[in-house]
Design a protein around this ligand. Structure first.
Ligand code: NAD
Length: 290
């Protein structure tokens, strides 16, 4: 397929490179001038959108996605597929899909889980929203860039799944970190805490697969001085999106709200920017009750 790839950052560049490696004709564009291995470089955004079978975007946020969509939708050929893999608000995802479909295009919102390692290794999980026809066209590409793709429903359903998942992740990481800090103060060894919780009803991905305590459990960013991994500011972004969606949908999400305010303080006032989101553990350890 002829694929335009717009947004060649930490995630987009390796994803585009994997598509090129699999034999697709990939043309990439990024305002910052970054490139992807094996992909031709478009001089302008137009050249990455015109005459393509598929255009994929991997951009920082909803306003930028909307801006890019306005530029490329009129240039794309009828029947081509617009796949947005960025994490954005549900409203932006739905608005872009609506505009694309009105212009005779297929549209899929397909945010990913798996981080930079998953993007380079081709092991991402895609959660997709859009018509069955659009998903069918995108699926072979998801297979190259990832190991699993779930068709979650109509336009916006992929973004809805992503922010619900990450709201759970933010809250469980905080719960795991505060429990470790409490265990420390109670004189309970961290390894014993892990041995019990990872096989008891308090287990979660945060504890079992991404343990925030250095030297305990499988290798994780905690073992690398909390270098991301998944940066605290990206978790803050996703928690902002879930609260924005909760407000719009009139859903009561107090744990998500509290996780948002804790990550906001962590990133903005407590040195959390640029650290992994599991660095909440040293933050809790350094504090007492206020
Ligand atoms: P990034 O900042 O490294 O990359 C974004 C790229 O988009 C940048 O290179 C930037 O120059 C480019 N860009 C911005 N405006 C543009 C425009 N108008 N036209 C063309 N290019 C433009 O971010 P990233 O880490 O690659 O993340 C991309 C998306 O994936 C985000 O929505 C993020 O939330 C999501 N995501 C990231 C991770 C992760 O671990 N990094 C994991 C899952 C999802």
């Amino acid at each position: 397929m002829k694929i335009g790839f717009i947004g060649l950052g930490n995630m987009g560049a390796p994803m585009a490179a994997n598509l090129a490696k699999a034999g697709h004709e990939v043309t990439g564009f990024d305002v910052a001038g970054t490139t992807a291995e094996g992909a031709a470089v478009a001089e302008s955004i137009d050249a990455a959108a015109k005459d393509m079978d598929v255009v994929i975007t991997m951009l920082p946020n909803g306003p930028i996605l909307r801006d890019v969509a306005v530029q490329i939708i009129p240039l794309m050929s009828g029947g081509a597929c617009f796949i947005d893999c960025s994490t954005v608000d549900v409203d932006s995802a739905r608005a872009v899909a609506e505009d694309a479909e009105a212009a005779g295009l297929l549209a899929v919102d397909a945010p990913v889980s798996g981080g930079i390692g998953g993007a380079s290794g081709g092991t991402l999980t895609f959660m997709a929203g859009g018509s069955a026809q659009a998903f069918a066209k995108a699926a072979p590409l998801f297979e190259i860039m990832g190991q699993k793709a779930v068709h979650c429903g109509a336009a916006g359903a992929g973004q809805a799944a992503k922010i619900c998942n990450n709201m759970i992740l933010g809250a469980t990481m905080i719960a795991t970190c505060e429990a470790f800090a409490l265990a420390d103060k109670l004189g309970l060894e961290r390894q014993k805490m892990f041995d019990v919780v990872s096989t008891s009803s308090g287990y979660s991905w945060s504890m079992n697969a991404y343990c925030p305590a250095p030297g305990v459990g499988p290798q994780s960013p905690a073992d690398n001085d909390y270098k991301p991994g998944f940066a605290a500011e990206l978790m803050l972004k996703d928690l902002g999106l879930s609260q924005q969606a909760a407000e719009a949908a009139d859903a009561d999400t107090p744990m998500g709200q509290l996780a948002l305010s804790l990550y906001k303080s962590f990133v903005e006032d407590e040195g959390g920017k640029g650290r992994d989101f599991s660095a909440m553990l040293p933050r809790f350890v350094a504090r007492g009750r206020e």
